[in-house]
Design a protein around this ligand. Structure first.
Ligand SMILES: Cc1cc2nc3c(=O)[nH]c(=O)nc-3n(C[C@H](O)[C@H](O)[C@H](O)COP(=O)(O)OP(=O)(O)OC[C@H]3O[C@@H](n4cnc5c(N)ncnc54)[C@H](O)[C@@H]3O)c2cc1C
Length: 477
């Protein structure tokens, strides 16, 4: 029996990557039309999409849904959970609940785009209103184009054109005015979203996965933070970045909410706001994914399809475990494993190490990140890896090879980051923390390090690896 008068219109709001109640266009549309809202989430355990959520993302997703369903409960409603193929479930739910419409926020990953298109066709044939909304981006990927109407391939002109309209405020409504159904179905736990392997349990101490958690991080984005961002953001031992990425990836917070906070018209002009530019990179990544969807696992620059990558499981394993013998790289890979997140500077260094020092395919790295990052985001991850591998749009040229020792010395001069994540190197002096193999036997002994025993020897020699990478590049030039 309905909780509302039987003649009340009902809408199914399908939550996907907009797991919040504020600044949610589909919810606002439901509110404006005075709909009773049937909020649903569908988990498809048999999805054949190779980019279905990885393990760390599944942990994040479960926590997000826990919070969202609790928030809906506090407003007197119930979130409905379903397991199966959305193509079958959505029409069934509309029928069973007598819904007149389906609303959802658009996603942009190739499999999601295909799914949305099938559902729109299906609903049109059923004569049920089906409406999608821009929920998780400032601009639709196709809304920004160059003067010839073509997609941008270079960030700076893209952002010059896109940033003009970033000041749009979040939608103004109060979630308490939304009218949710009270009927409930399966429990969240019954979906079995959490991966069986429990390695993610330790993430809980690092993240408050909720709109409150996002709000707490956003509250840090004051003028001081934004002004010092450009200086601090490269130093991984500092708290110089926002850590909002997983909240943005799952839409617990919208980019509009973030931008409004940092757009102080007096202090933070759009042009030189480096923080805002990072949100711009996110938008640019979606722009690229939309126009070049094949790039999730194929290089945008075709000549890189013939790159002579190595196939070496032992090296890949050492990289994944943070046992390469290069402390800055190992610290990053261990931070990732322990917390589901890695600092951007270190992401660039570890990615470069994989593709240039180890000559292993960037796709292997992208897949590892996909499984272990709580902020795994197909657009950003693809763009990030292709940028480092030199094969994407506006990418760092392949011949620019980060020296992992110099990167560490520059961005972790006191070795604090390394000492935190590679505690066995704790007692090494700063002069040796970035390159333990250069330390004398006495220094190593005093620090309790036996190279090859309790900390690895470097798995490659930097100069040799550099020459090998340049030679490989020559072979496709
Ligand atoms: C190899 C590689 C893989 C990456 N994979 C991902 C990924 O899967 N998901 C992801 O969100 N980011 C990815 N990034 C981009 C970036 O590292 C993270 O967004 C950032 O470290 C998140 O931390 P933060 O929220 O503190 O960022 P902040 O510095 O506070 O930036 C604010 C927001 O801007 C966006 N952003 C920042 N830098 C970038 C960037 N370079 N490209 C696109 N968006 C950016 C993020 O949404 C971020 O939350 C990757 C970068 C590299 C080099």
């Amino acid at each position: 029996m309905s909780d509302f008068a039987s003649n009340r219109k009902r809408v199914v709001v399908w939550f996907r990557k907009d797991l919040r109640l504020n600044d949610h266009p589909a919810l606002l549309a439901a509110l404006s039309d005075n709909f009773e809202i049937i909020p649903i989430f569908i988990w498809d355990p048999k999805s054949v999409d190779i980019w279905r959520p990885g393990e760390a993302s599944r942990w994040w997703l479960h926590q997000s849904l826990l919070h969202l369903s609790h928030s809906i409960k506090c407003l007197g409603g119930s979130m409905l959970f379903f397991s199966g193929n959305p193509r079958e479930i959505l029409p069934r739910v509309c029928k069973d609940y007598g819904a007149n419409a389906l609303f959802f926020g658009r996603c942009y990953e190739p499999a999601s785009v295909q799914l949305e298109s099938t559902i729109e066709t299906l609903f049109s044939s059923l004569g049920i209103c089906c409406q999608s909304f821009k929920s998780n981006l400032l601009h639709e990927p196709w809304e920004v184009s160059n003067q010839s109407g073509k997609p941008y391939r270079v960030f700076t002109p893209y952002w010059r054109s896109a940033r003009v309209s970033v000041g749009t405020p979040p939608l103004a409504y109060s979630p308490s005015s939304l009218k949710f159904t009270k009927r409930s179905t399966n429990s969240l736990d019954s979906l079995n979203i959490l991966p069986k392997d429990q390695w993610h349990n330790k993430f809980s101490s690092n993240w408050n996965v909720s709109e409150y958690g996002a709000k707490a991080l956003i509250n840090r984005l004051n003028t001081d933070f934004i002004n010092s961002y450009q200086f601090k953001r490269d130093f991984p031992a500092d708290e110089g970045t926002s850590r909002l990425a997983p909240f943005l990836a799952w839409g617990i917070i919208s980019p509009r909410q973030v931008c409004t906070t940092v757009l102080d018209p007096i202090h933070n002009q759009q042009e030189d706001n480096k923080f805002l530019a990072q949100i711009g990179w996110r938008e640019f990544s979606y722009h690229l994914l939309h126009y070049f969807p094949h790039t999730c696992d194929t290089p945008l620059r075709e000549k890189y399809s013939n790159f002579p990558w190595r196939d070496n499981h032992a090296d890949l394993n050492a990289w994944q475990k943070g046992e390469t013998g290069y402390p800055f790289v190992d610290a990053g890979m261990r931070q990732l494993w322990e917390t589901g997140w890695m600092h951007n500077r270190v992401r660039m260094v570890v990615a470069s190490f994989l593709v240039k020092h180890l000559l292993l395919p960037w796709q292997d790295g992208a897949r590892w990140f996909w499984n272990t990052l709580v902020d795994a985001d197909l657009a950003n991850n693809t763009q990030g890896w292709q940028w480092v591998a030199g094969c994407g749009a506006d990418a760092a040229p392949y011949f620019r090879i980060f020296n992992p020792v110099i990167q560490g010395e520059k961005f972790d001069p006191q070795g604090d980051y390394i000492r935190k994540w590679v505690p066995e190197l704790n007692r090494l002096p700063n002069s040796a923390i970035h390159s333990p193999w250069t330390a004398s036997a006495n220094v190593l002994q005093a620090a309790g390090i036996q190279l090859g025993v309790n900390y690895p020897e470097p798995i490659v020699n930097h100069s040799e690896a550099r020459n090998r990478a340049l030679k490989a590049l020559d072979s496709i030039s």
